[in-house]
Design a protein around this ligand. Structure first.
Ligand code: XFA
Length: 420
């Protein structure tokens, strides 16, 4: 094995990073069971994996698992602000080639990606497709040795699908995001819990009895609504899509237009992916003390310009909590400056949901190592059976069993004439 190269903020943080990863391991049983299983057979032996993904304690658990399965690994972060320097230090100390530190510049970001390509990967792992794009635009010759790559995000997958359709992809890609065990669990249960967590850390309010308005009833909005209700809040949902609104009603939530919800809400959380969800006229009708935050992808859901124009003064009252005083003396509290409250004021998805996403990544890479050479150079979905297998593994780690169909039942299902 070649000697690890690295550039991290401070190697002295390694011990702290090791503690963080060890803790995450105790919450990520699926990945750990895969590690145990493939430690013996080492299906990734001989493979060099370049990864570009948030350097967090959970990613550390994935990297340790890839190495246990025989791979050599070289890593960079995919976002300048998501790197946990402790984790980067610990990974470097453990022999992973890693180039990542918190707050790196755009130039440094690409420099890091290029260093991970120095060791001529045979597999790539992306979150946002920056690594694949760098290979394609700057180092296309490297693609000859690459069996395939995985991509974690929707945005990345969309860009890669377009490339695949245009015949421009130099190696096959597996879209991890579309797995049910990733998408549903990250968005509903991950965002649901972490957003509530962020709101509580930033405010310390009691949720029970509060009128909690969730704007948007997609996967994320549904998660937030479910958890707010679980804490005893009275939850109102606002929507622009009738089918989603109907689902919210049938799940027992109140539904009304934002103009009405603005007047009665105590806490507002946007989760729409659309801009201008909360604007001037809404702020104008809010109750004194209303709390406003966003958990959608971009920070344009709450119109900050409107709020600033209305405000006669503002002050920071707690970390991630700014008080805006309007002309008539009413106060509105904006959390995390309208940025993702679950990242800014909490710690993002819990390790337990990253366990599922990263197990999907791991199995995707195993498949590419096995079959990548013969796969078409386009974007592939993960097989449905993988979702089923991972969900079953997760259940087992929770000590839960389920039923399975008898041969007679399987035959019954396959027989179209039955029941007519
Ligand atoms: C930070 C993640 C982004 C961290 C990193 C450090 C810390 C807390 C930025 C991220 C993503 Cl953009 O993680 C959290 Cl101290 N995650 C994923 C994540 N979320 N994403 C909530 O947790 C999903 C998503 C987002 C934000 C999809 C689309 C748009 C934005 C990486 C990660 N999280 C687990 C961290 N547990 C400590 O590993």
């Amino acid at each position: 094995m070649s000697h690890a190269n690295y550039k991290v903020a401070d190697l002295a943080l390694a011990e702290q990073g090791r503690l963080l990863m060890d803790w995450a391991e105790s919450r990520m049983p699926v990945l750990m069971s895969l590690r145990e299983e493939f430690r013996k057979t080492r299906p990734l032996a001989g493979h060099r994996i370049a990864g570009c993904l948030h350097v967090t304690k959970e990613t550390g658990v994935l990297i340790r698992t890839l190495r246990a399965a025989g791979a050599e690994v070289s890593w960079s972060g995919c976002n300048p602000l998501s790197t946990q320097d402790e984790v980067a230090a610990a990974l470097a100390a453990e022999g992973t080639s890693i180039y990542a530190w918190h707050g790196l510049s755009r130039e440094e970001f690409y420099w890091c990606i290029e260093r991970t390509l120095d060791f001529r990967p045979t597999l790539t792992l992306d979150d946002g497709a920056d690594l694949v794009f760098t290979v394609h635009s700057k180092f296309p010759a490297l693609a000859r040795e690459i069996y395939g790559g995985t991509e974690e995000t929707t945005t990345g997958v969309q860009r890669l699908r377009a490339m695949g359709a245009a015949g421009k992809l130099l190696y096959p890609i597996i879209a991890v995001n579309d797995a049910e065990t990733k998408w549903d669990f990250d968005n509903v249960y991950g965002t649901g819990q972490s957003s509530i967590d962020g709101i509580l850390r930033a405010t310390s309010v009691m949720l029970a009895g509060k009128v909690f308005v969730v704007c948007g009833f997609g996967h994320c909005g549904r998660g937030v609504a479910l958890r707010a209700r679980g804490m005893g809040a009275r939850v109102i949902v606002t929507e622009v899509k009738a089918t989603q609104a109907l689902k919210a009603v049938l799940e027992g939530f109140e539904v009304m237009p934002m103009d009405e919800a603005a007047r009665v809400g105590d806490i507002f959380c946007t989760a729409t992916g659309m801009k201008d969800v909360i604007v001037r006229r809404h702020f104008e009708s809010m109750k004194d003390g209303a709390i406003v935050c966003n958990t959608g992808h971009y920070d344009c859901e709450v119109n900050l310009r409107d709020l600033n124009e209305l405000a006669r003064g503002k002050r920071q009252v707690r970390p991630n909590n700014e008080e805006y005083t309007l002309a008539d003396g009413r106060r509105i509290y904006l959390l995390a400056q309208g940025r993702l409250v679950n990242l800014a004021a909490a710690e993002g998805h819990p390790s337990e949901v990253m366990d599922m996403s990263f197990a999907n990544q791991f199995l995707g890479l195993l498949r590419l190592a096995r079959e990548g050479r013969s796969m078409e150079k386009r974007v592939h979905d993960l097989p449905r059976e993988q979702d089923e297998e991972l969900a079953l593994r997760k259940l087992r780690t929770m000590g839960l069993q389920i039923d399975s169909l008898t041969p007679e039942q399987l035959a019954y299902r396959a027989d179209y004439s039955a029941g007519t």
